[in-house]
Design a protein around this ligand. Sequence first.
Ligand code: SF4
Ligand code: SF4
Length: 192
Amino acid sequence: MTDVATPNDGGAPAAGKSCGTCTMCCKVLHIAALNKPHGVWCPHVKQGKGCGIYEDRPHECRKFHCGYLSSNLSEEWFPAKSKIVLMADATGGITAVVDQSRLEAWREQPFYRQLKSWSRELLAANKYVVVRIGKRAIAVLPDEDFDLGAMEMDEPLVIETAPGPAGRPIYRARRADPGYAARASVAKAPQK
Ligand code: SF4
Ligand code: SF4
């Protein structure tokens, strides 16, 4: 990863970086300890100020540092303004979680250009860039973006290659198992 260094790793924010008045991850992320779904504000947010239970916030909130906070990315990526929260996924790829109040934020510049650049770089190591809008997942590949529909965060995807012009590969994305999300939601349903 070029600029987004080990987000979500529990380490300290990068030099000169702080959350300030940003609380975007408190909206766009699922917080399991609070049973808070993604896309809705945490009830503990004090708008424009921060966490209302800062000293007692859950461990998953304490350890989370988004890609902006833990890297040297410029102020344009400040999540409160960009409406994009960057995270590393389990494989070392990048997940860009977009606030549903600005669905097309990831297509704006300089964000889209940078996502494409990361995609080209990460593909060489079999890692991917995925935009998340709620449960919807969009694989950002060098030539084309693939809307994969509703996917679980841990659901695998497959990248296929085909010969392109001048021997350059063309990449395509698909879900590894179209039935995965349905089975996962059944598995997570409350037991009676
Ligand atoms: S999205 Fe990043 S900068 Fe904003 S509050 Fe969360 S960790 Fe801090
Ligand atoms: S508990 Fe605090 S840090 Fe965690 S999501 Fe809620 S407002 Fe954000």
